[in-house]
Design a protein around this ligand. Structure first.
Ligand code: NCD
Length: 431
């Protein structure tokens, strides 16, 4: 017996086809079968007043496996992803051991397949052990399907090494080098954005320049090589302006921003809440507004969660002892809807583009990000744009270090369909 689902009466928003209309979406055996009316004998999922979009794609997440399974596993991270509306995630390489060779990549791929809750597209390290010195086995990782390389957590410190990496990936049309833009020397010991609030709190700061120096250098090396460069989690207005100019010049550069950098400011750190301690730091309202404008005008291409789970006992310590990071998979869509779409800063179609179709292109997830058309794999999310909810533990993530804890968000994921399976139904994980 074939499995048939009918998403009835949903507003379908699909940036890849430009579609924004009410339709019935019929899924048969994992594939979108039609957008015409009429169900046959399908299981009907009433979607009146709801939005149906391509499943979200997170180009930047930390699943911590192998090595720190107490914080997250591929399975728990993928369940959190599914609850957040994601059907594909790219876990970063800063695991233990580091994902700098085909064996670790295969392990993560196998764990993802075993969990079967979303597609997993591992990021490979640029340098061996993320030590910044020797280029990792990029070729053997490309053969396993890796399309994005990053030493996330650190920038590649040596511009010559970066030059070699960017030159190497030119051999592959669809492979990109993703940089964490922070100069370790200038950012050293910094706990938060350097400015009025870091002075008043007595915490060591990280100046904007610790990011902007790396952005400027990396754009110069991208120009030198012609290699494809992606800049992770931008935090400063100056970085946005540099990327805008680089794109106008025709450089092959893309950029990312996180929901927390789009939402909060350094004033939120006045509570000393360690969940706001992230790399790069959350900066001023002026920076946040520049990030929002950059996302809206296309300077910034994608939203990545930088879901960075940490154990309770690690985060519940003095501010300067806590590791940086906030979880984000379960709140990203609602945060973007609440803080960008609701106030009119971003259209709903652009929000879905930056959360789904654009990151799918970036990480080479051809079966995700739409278009929602007959014959395509059924990777879909359905959400209610009007439901308000308060973010609070428990989370599906093994960790609870969410910067959004206690805040009210508007918009809730109800159903996530991954390859034709309803892995989340009525807001609940099905397994
Ligand atoms: C990241 C993590 O925890 O892996 N944390 C973060 O705040 N972004 C690593 C990093 O980028 O520093």
């Amino acid at each position: 017996m074939s499995e048939r689902y009918l998403f009835a009466g949903a507003r379908v928003i699909d940036p890849a086809s430009g579609r924004d209309e009410v339709a019935d979406v019929l899924v048969v055996d994992g594939t979108i079968a039609s957008l015409e009316h009429g169900a046959g004998n399908a299981r009907v999922i009433g979607c009146t007043g709801l939005i149906l979009a391509p499943g979200l794609v997170d180009p930047h997440t930390h699943l911590r496996e192998p090595g720190r399974e107490d914080k997250e596993t591929v399975e728990t991270g993928c369940r959190a992803a599914a609850l957040g509306g994601y059907t594909a995630v790219s876990p970063m390489a800063n695991t233990d051991p580091v994902a700098d060779n085909a064996a670790v990549i295969h392990e993560v791929l196998d764990l993802g397949a075993k969990a079967g809750l979303s597609d997993v597209f591992p990021v490979g390290a640029i340098t061996r052990g993320i030590e910044g010195e020797v280029i990792a086995e990029l070729g053997e990782m490309v053969e396993t399907g890796v399309r994005i390389f990053s030493d996330d957590g650190h920038a590649v410190p040596n511009p010559r090494v970066l030059r070699n990496a960017l030159t190497y990936v030119k051999a592959f049309d669809d492979v990109v080098i993703a940089e964490h833009c922070e100069d370790d020397a200038l950012a050293q010991d910094g706990q938060m954005h350097e400015g009025y609030h870091s002075y008043s709190l007595g915490l060591a700061g990280k100046p904007r320049e610790s990011e902007e120096i790396v952005v400027a250098r990396d754009l110069a090396v991208a120009r030198l090589t012609g290699g494809r460069l992606h800049l992770l989690h931008l935090s400063s207005a100056g970085s946005v302006q540099m990327v805008r100019r680089a794109k106008a010049e025709g450089l092959r550069v893309t950029a990312e921003v996180t929901p927390h950098h789009l939402t909060f400011t350094d004033e939120d750190l006045l509570t000393y809440d360690t969940n706001f301690k992230v790399n790069p730091p959350i900066r001023t309202a002026e920076d946040r507004d520049a990030l929002r404008a950059g996302l809206s005008d296309g300077t910034i291409d994608v939203v990545g969660t930088d879901h960075a789970p940490h154990a309770v006992e690690e985060k519940e310590v003095e501010f300067d002892q806590a590791p940086p990071g906030t979880i984000g998979l379960e709140t990203a869509l609602a945060a973007i809807l609440t803080h960008l779409v609701e106030p009119g800063l971003l259209s709903l179609a652009r929000a879905i583009e930056v959360l789904s179709s654009a990151p799918a292109r970036l990480i080479g997830a051809a079966e995700h990000g739409g278009p929602i058309e007959p014959g395509r794999p059924a990777n879909l999310v359905v959400f209610d744009p009007d439901v308000e909810w308060v973010v609070e533990p428990p989370f599906a993530s093994k960790s609870r270090n969410s910067a959004f804890t206690g805040t009210t968000l508007k918009g809730k994921v109800l159903h996530t369909m991954y390859r034709g399976e309803l892995v989340v139904a009525d807001g609940k994980a099905q397994r």
